[in-house]
Design a protein around this ligand. Structure first.
Ligand code: IPE
Ligand code: IPE
Ligand code: MG
Length: 244
């Protein structure tokens, strides 16, 4: 699809290369309207589609969203099932449109706990993604930051024990064991929904991300909210521990 939002691109002269978003507030959005929480998830999924398109149009290279955490299995069975159904619907839709739009999509998280249908869709999106370069959407699904680090440590230990890795592990080397291998760290982390916490998201990768919190609930989060977050990001002084 051609880039049809040049105006947006100009306004955000410095667009973060990688934006990460914790998709939060779906349940409260629905409750405020007297709807079941699952209705909020459905609208939130649409919001993801709009924001992903907007990110691509303004020149963001990577968008990583937190869609389902390793802790979210604690929720009522019906809610989990509804979320999984929505994820399946959107992954299938992504499979149908990725080729046309030359979009890359990657699922980050523990896949073995997902249904065989979802796993098959993830394999398909991976396969299509290999054929393209350009905008990449990462969906964190059954994802936990600690779980990711632990799995990486176990895989490194196994490689070391079998002589495939040596003892002088570096930060860059360890990063290659994470789900996010090959993806640059997020520059901007956005959490809508009013909570001011990281909830086990990208613990390793957000070491120097700029954080932006807003009370706007995810289903209400539009391009203008993203523009606001980017404007705040541009006002920050990123020092990485140095002095200027
Ligand atoms: C985020 O919205 C979606 C998931 C965590 C799956 P919530 O469902 O957490 O919505 P709130 O925070 O209860 O409003
Ligand atoms: C974080 O939201 C996880 C996702 C958005 C997938 P939660 O709603 O699960 O986080 P807490 O419980 O408020 O920390
Ligand atoms: Mg929440």
């Amino acid at each position: 699809m051609p880039n049809n939002n040049q105006a947006g691109k100009r306004e955000n002269a410095r667009v973060p290369r990688h934006i990460a978003i914790i998709l939060d507030g779906n349940g409260r959005w629905a409750r405020k309207r007297g709807l079941p929480r699952t209705a909020g998830h459905a609208v939130g999924a649409e919001t993801f589609r709009k924001i992903a398109t907007y990110c691509r149009d303004i020149g963001v290279e990577y968008l990583t969203v937190y869609a389902f955490s390793t802790e979210n299995w604690k929720r009522p069975e019906g809610e989990v099932a509804a979320i999984m159904k929505l994820l399946g619907k959107y992954l299938q839709e992504a499979i149908d449109t990725m080729e046309r739009d030359h979009i890359r999509m990657k699922v980050l998280g523990g896949l073995e706990e997902l249904s065989p249908e979802l796993r098959a869709m993830v394999r398909k999106t991976d396969e299509i993604s290999q054929r393209y370069e350009g905008f990449q959407a990462n969906i964190c699904l059954n994802y936990g930051g600690r779980d990711e680090i632990l799995r990486a440590a176990r895989r490194y230990a196994a490689d070391y024990a079998e002589g495939r890795a040596d003892a002088d592990l570096t930060e860059e080397g360890f990063s290659e064991y994470l789900y996010s291998a090959g993806i640059p760290d997020p520059d901007l982390l956005i959490r809508p929904g009013g909570e001011v916490r990281i909830s086990n998201f990208l613990l390793w990768q957000c070491a120097y991300a700029e954080f932006y919190f807003t009370d706007v609930l995810w289903p209400d989060f539009g391009p203008e909210e993203l523009d606001k977050a980017i404007a705040v990001f541009n006002s920050r002084d990123r020092r990485y521990g140095g002095v200027k």
